[in-house]
Design a protein around this ligand. Structure first.
Ligand code: FAD
Length: 197
């Protein structure tokens, strides 16, 4: 799975500070380090709407549709995903669950090869992509571009980086969290610090 941060609000913590200081008309208190201090206060008191002024966009590829189906449940996130109608899945790639024994891995790979032949057979009978895809597995890889504001990313990371989350979405969200934390440590520091604490 590849995860690439392809866009982010420039100087996101400064943008959040400007928004929040508009509420309190405290622009005169902007100073070096003031954004970090203010964002900590916002989070402590639950005033999270200023976080909605900062956005980020990621490209995720090589993840399973089992994972993407969970991710796209987050309704405040904008998603564009590779279509199985417009794009053929002949020669589809797939994600293998970790920790399989050599025997299970071999059987799993054989199953994927069988499904590949099933897909090709339905296509050979003249089925369209949109119908032939019905035989494809959840393991089939996909690609998405997704965008959300920082408040929504905090919500997603809190749910999906938890040890209760499924391993693949947990991996994806933890990697996104670390990338956003590098740009906005005051916004994401508590979430990162709280990972399975
Ligand atoms: C461990 C785990 C197990 C899960 N298991 C299942 C399962 O078995 N079956 C299943 O169907 N789903 C399951 N889910 C998915 C879950 O039910 C949610 O669909 C998903 O996590 C999105 O959460 P959300 O609605 O809080 O987030 P988002 O859609 O990202 O929304 C963010 C927040 O905005 C607010 N919001 C958004 N839309 C509305 C609205 N229409 N009305 C009111 N407030 C709104 C809420 O406060 C919400 O928390 C699971 C999730 C997790 C983390």
């Amino acid at each position: 799975m590849n995860i690439e941060l392809i866009a982010i609000t420039p100087d996101p913590e400064a943008v959040i500070e400007q928004a929040a200081r508009t509420c309190y008309q405290s622009q005169d208190r902007e100073a070096p380090g003031s954004a970090s201090e203010l964002i900590s206060k916002l989070l402590a008191m639950g005033h999270e709407t200023p976080l909605e002024h900062a956005y980020a966009t990621f490209r995720i590829s090589g993840c399973s549709r089992a994972m993407s189906h969970q991710l796209v449940r987050h309704r405040l996130m904008a998603v564009s995903q590779k279509s199985q109608r417009y794009v053929t899945e002949a020669d589809f790639d797939y994600v293998t669950p970790p920790g399989l024994s050599p025997e299970d891995r071999a059987d799993f790979e054989a199953d994927m090869a069988t499904i590949g032949r099933m897909y090709a057979a339905w296509k050979a009978r003249g089925w369209r992509n949109e119908d032939a895809r019905f035989v494809l597995p959840n393991a089939c890889t996909t690609e998405l571009v997704l965008s959300a504001n920082f408040r929504e990313f905090r919500h997603i990371f809190t749910m999906r980086c938890s040890r209760h989350a499924q391993w693949e979405i947990r991996d994806a969200c933890t990697r996104m969290l670390k990338q956003l934390h590098a740009h906005a440590p005051s916004v994401f520091g508590d979430v990162l610090a709280g990972l399975d604490a």
